[in-house]
Design a protein around this ligand. Structure first.
Ligand SMILES: Nc1nc2c(ncn2[C@@H]2O[C@H](COP(=O)(O)OP(=O)(O)OP(=O)(O)O)[C@@H](O)[C@H]2O)c(=O)[nH]1
Ligand SMILES: [Mg+2]
Length: 437
């Protein structure tokens, strides 16, 4: 069995970080102390997954598994905003289901060409110091850091989206039929399991109409529970509108075509009711090999009795293939009217998507706890404090002062004193240590 057919991939996606806000002051002639003019950082790029008709496997993801979008550029002086990071668009075949690797939640089911979904949102750029001037504090050396971009592992799963699928035992002539009906050119040979991966072909009906047909590798007994990778192939059949069940009218091993039909039918039914309930027609192939008219009559009667339509063809001579092609089209037209999933899916635009973000200006007070770790050592705990700390650019002392100012307004001193803090003691916040004064 060929395992190169890649219909599953696990990849890591990471959006870009937002650029930091700038700390800068206007410098002009005759203006000794200009106001703050640090621009905002650009937003980080987002990662999108987009369906394209140009691909038909997930093989590209076998070796390349990490997809990282560009970071936003930092802001600059003169209120110049940093450039936003470019979005990264990862292309996958139509029919790819996108899932979160951890929760297994379905993020999107990409069924149409160019359908697109965002899987990691970019971080928002930080505000520059031009935002932090107040009447009493006109030279703020305060700016925000950009937010980190989202990152996660996602699963890509390909389920082919053919309108019609050719199924049947190996060697019955499925690949021969698809090669005659469509533009697909699969390998054809006189031994079983020639086809190792599903093939897709486009069947043209006149000038602007067509349908997609899939040639599924031969199925065998036990396929529904994975024998001969049957379950993998059957998964691809789940979404088609019509099953074309191909039987060999003159099997070399002299087996009975009706029994062969029943075997595969049982596999389809055992796999899932979805397949059991799907519209099915039977194609009796290799008509050119049949000399006994009674043999055909018997087969025809059997299917008539169970209420199934059968068409006899020869992929070799081409007999009845045209009829088959149009009959499939007709049935598809009928089926499409019944199936809701063919409704139009609006195509999203590829606009940058960035995470919601709160400005540090919105922090007047924060909630936190203080814990005594050891003699003379205290730790400040609280998600808000950590968020605030990440958000403020600490590479300027003003940032630190601003941060401490908010903590003090929120009752830091009282809390520390209650626990018996003394000057010279250590106060830990996140990954920093301060001396209490
Ligand atoms: N005489 C005759 N031979 C045919 C006909 N259709 C297919 N064959 C032959 O049957 C053999 C199998 O054909 P394939 O199209 O490879 O069969 P398949 O169903 O795709 O087989 P797997 O891929 O193994 O499942 C080849 O040798 C074909 O040339 C037909 O209508 N008449
Ligand atoms: Mg084949």
């Amino acid at each position: 069995m060929n395992l190169d057919f890649v219909d599953y991939a696990k990849i890591f996606v990471k959006a870009g970080k937002g650029g930091n806000g700038a700390i800068s002051f206007r410098r002009e002639k005759y203006v000794p102390k200009g106001g703050p003019d640090g621009g905002d950082g650009g937003n980080g790029g987002s990662v999108f997954i987009k369906a394209t008709a140009k691909k038909n496997t997930l093989i590209d993801f076998k070796y390349k598994k990490h997809f990282v979008a560009e970071n936003g550029r930092p802001g600059e002086g003169g209120k110049r905003h940093g450039k936003s990071g470019k979005n990264l668009i990862v292309e996958v075949p139509i029919g790819t289901v996108v899932k979160d690797a951890e929760s297994k939640e379905i993020i999107a089911d990409l069924k149409k060409d160019n359908q697109i979904v965002c899987v990691a949102r970019g971080g928002k750029g930080g505000k520059g110091n031009s935002h932090f001037a107040t009447p009493t504090y006109q030279t703020p050396r305060i700016a925000e850091n950009g937010d980190p971009g989202e990152e996660r592992w996602i699963i890509l799963e390909l389920k082919l989206l053919a309108d019609v699928a050719l199924v049947g035992y190996p060697n019955v002539g499925k690949s021969s039929i698809i090669s005659k009906l469509s533009n697909a050119r699969p390998k054809i040979a006189d031994y079983p399991f020639t086809t190792l991966v599903p093939n897709l072909g486009v069947v043209k009906i006149g000038y602007d109409r067509s349908y997609i047909i899939a040639d599924i590798p031969g199925l065998i007994k036990g396929a529904h529970k994975g024998v001969g990778l049957g379950d993998v192939f059957l998964k691809h059949v789940e979404r088609c509108l019509l099953l074309v069940h191909v039987i060999d009218l003159a099997p070399l091993n002299e087996s009975d075509p009706i029994e062969n039909y029943k075997d595969i039918r049982e596999e389809l039914e055992k796999y899932h009711t979805i397949l059991a309930e799907k519209r099915e027609i039977i194609v009796g192939n290799k008509l050119d090999m049949v000399t006994n008219r009674n043999h055909l009559k018997r087969i025809e009667n059997y299917f008539k009795n169970i209420g199934k339509e059968i068409i006899f063809v020869s992929a070799m001579t081409g007999e009845n293939l045209k009829e088959l092609k149009y009959r499939i089209w007709q049935i598809l037209e009928e089926q499409r009217k019944l199936v809701k999933s063919y409704e139009e899916i609006p195509e999203e635009e590829i606009t940058p998507i960035t995470l919601e973000s709160i400005s540090i200006k919105t922090y007047q007070k924060v909630n936190f706890d203080v814990r005594k770790v050891d003699e003379g050592v205290f730790e400040i705990l609280g998600e808000d404090v950590m968020k605030l700390m990440r958000k403020i650019r600490m590479d300027y002392t003003d940032g630190l002062r601003y941060f401490m100012g908010i903590l003090e307004k929120s009752g830091l001193n009282e809390k520390l004193r209650k626990l018996g803090v003394k000057p010279g003691d250590t106060v830990i916040i996140g990954d920093r240590e301060f001396e209490y004064r």
